[in-house]
Ligand binder design. Structure first.
Ligand code: CP
Ligand code: NVA
Length: 301
């Protein structure tokens, strides 16, 4: 594994190796052990979109692993003034040991990997959010013991989160059910792959997807970059909410996850969020452990 550009690039073994390593790094941290697996290494973190969890988990992760991290807001670098990704990749490869990038186009992340000579980590694009889903799978394993045979139900926009959850869920042996409006479905190729590779369904009915689910998941109705569509989306998505009806349809011991930030009374009711906040904030904590696993795997040798 040279980069983490999207989960579909990973074999099942690579995916589970990352999850085992994340568990190990979490136990080491809880035991007070300080293991500097990345002594002297530097990660560049390019951001073209806002972030709380991704930025802080990668920055603290590098610090805890004995390395350092550099925050590079794209508007403050020449990238924001149009310097080509190909040139940026070749220049930054000469200073850094790895790059994490959050941007719009998946093709920019792939270009960075093509032209750079150091590991590239996708910290979210419009297409996918692989780092988040590693933390999500880690959390599901903590609460349910395993991902194998469990049912994951995602209700909401067929966006970056939905795309990565489908791939991560199916690859880790879960049944995946998506509920979204007809014109906001996940990526067609990903859905085709999922239907051929495991148990997968996509429906317009939230309750149908939630039937017997072990894990309920949602994300914002309007992602970063879609703020202008907010009013229209509020209308289109109003029946795609995790509420008490959805909770009653899932398994009695179902957990609720949210990548955050959450918009209460939109994609999730305040009541459901409150009842499941322990899971949701443990999930957020796991970003740190999962991201450290990615860093050690890609930059540790
Ligand atoms: N879930 C997530 O990626 O959060 P941030 O946008 O705060 O990084
Ligand atoms: N779908 C959201 C995820 C944020 C972590 C977005 O892209 O804004």
């Amino acid at each position: 594994m040279r980069h983490l550009l999207k989960l579909s690039d990973l074999s099942k073994d690579e995916l589970f190796d990352l999850l085992y390593l994340a568990d190990k790094l979490k136990s080491e941290k809880k035991a007070g052990l300080k293991r500097h697996y990345l002594e002297g290494k530097t990660l560049g973190m390019i951001f073209s979109k806002s972030s709380t969890r991704t930025r802080v988990s990668f920055e603290v992760g590098m610090y805890e692993l004995g390395g350092s991290a550099l925050f590079l807001s794209s508007i403050d670098t020449q990238m924001g003034r149009g310097e080509p990704v190909e040139d940026t990749a070749r220049v930054l490869s000469r200073y850094l040991d790895g790059i994490m990038i959050r941007t719009y186009k998946q093709s920019d992340v792939e270009l960075l990997a093509k032209y750079g000579t150091i590991p590239i980590i996708n910290g979210l694009t419009d297409y996918c959010h692989p780092c988040q889903v590693l933390a999500d799978l880690m959390t599901i394993r903590e609460y349910k013991g395993t991902t194998k045979g469990k049912k994951l139900c995602y209700i909401g926009d067929g966006n970056n989160m939905a795309n990565s959850l489908i791939v991560g869920g199916i690859k880790s042996g879960m049944e995946v059910a998506i509920a979204c409006p007809q014109n906001h479905k996940p990526d067609a190729d990903i859905m085709k792959w999922a239907s051929e590779s495991g148990e997968f369904m996509c429906t317009e009915k939230a309750l149908e997807a939630a039937e017997n689910a072990d894990v309920l998941y949602t994300d914002v109705w309007a992602s970063m970059g879609q703020e202008g569509e907010m009013a229209q989306r509020m209308n289109e998505f109003k029946s795609y909410q995790i509420n008490n009806d959805v909770i009653k349809t899932a398994k009695r011991d179902a957990i609720v996850l949210h990548c955050l930030p959450a918009h209460r009374e939109e994609e999730i009711t305040a009541e459901v969020f409150k009842a499941h906040e322990e899971e949701i904030f443990n999930q957020a904590e796991n970003r740190l452990h999962a991201q450290k696993a990615v860093l050690v795997t890609l930059m540790g040798r």
